[in-house]
Design a binder for this molecule. Sequence first.
Ligand code: ZN
Length: 421
Amino acid sequence: MSTLLAAALALSLLLKLWLASRQVRHVRQHRGAVPPAFAASVPLAAHQKAADYTAANTAFGMLSLAISSALLIGWTLLGGLNALNEWVQDHTLQRFGPLAYQLALLTAFTLIGGLLDLPLSLYHTFRLEQRFGFNRTTLALYVADMVKGVGVGALIGLPIAALILWLMGTAGPMWWLWAWGAWVGFNLLIMVLYPTVIAPMFNKFEPLQDDLLKGRVEALMARCGFAAKGLFVMDGSRRSAHGNAYFTGIGAAKRVVFFDTLLQRLHPGEVEAVLAHELGHFKHRHVLKRMVGAFALSLLGFALLGWLSTQVGFYLGLGVQPNMAAPNDALALLLFLLVLPVFSFFFTPLAAQLSRRDEFQADAYACAQSSGRDLSNALLKLHEDNAGTLTPDPVYAGFYYSHPPASERLAAIERLSPRTA
Ligand SMILES: [Zn+2]
């Protein structure tokens, strides 16, 4: 197991470094001039800001990659998790029993991991985003978010962790099937709770007031066969200048959320086109397909964990000494979650490719139900506001991008609804 992990980690690091250096080189090479197709719509200063932001973000990605890889090796092969486990076990197992010991281990690991991530997260928000004018979070808000996040995480995470650990310990060799069922139920519950209970703890949601926009949005939704139940504006500007719109929840908890930053920047027609794109994801059942896909993958994951957790080599190979007199389920869970991303990384291009296909479909739907010209204008504005580069490296974009590069999206929209028509 240790050789397999080391090999996969080394390979993924080389691949990530190669891709990142390609991206930075490509963006820098094209920094001097706006691509001809955008020359009329994008100012040079915005293009150069996008190039600098992309380069800075990619460099930041490499820094956090180096740190997270070192931490992964530290937790596993160098024995960090083993030491933490022994310490927690000594202090909890005899006194509070096996379930409390395992929950304490998960909690301790999560808190230490969060603390170790904190400097990078602070740097990203208050240095990188700040430098490019995107950050609007204050330190007080950041700390309040963190405290709330830990509270909500504990409130939600501890019960589901306890349930899964209990199933692992008592449901027999097929525990993973039961645990998967619990996981699916838990996720469906979160989809209802997130928009109605959790998100309002972090942001203010006001019903959309603008009557002109409301009329357009409701007409669009009626045209597309959606019940326009909840239209909300969120105060995204409290934390960041990045704009967005999203569709959230399932069943009666379903709602449309516009960031206030989006409404400040786009005309009603452009907002309508952005929403039509989101509705396209629903009409083409992308949302349902992604959910079913995620549940299918998690079944695979639980089955794999079910097998791995019975292999002594899985623990020893990852630097942990299992205790035969105590349950090792929390340990297995942690090791699995630690090493899984190293292997799942290699499927990134496949997921990105599928996602890009969906984006083209949603754009086509938006062109049919709304104005293609408004959609292009909105995409250009959002791209500029988010300092997205117009000249990504094709290999990098092919590997990572969940959305097609702006030039490809705009060309596809242009084919569907030509500006000259
Ligand atoms: Zn989309």
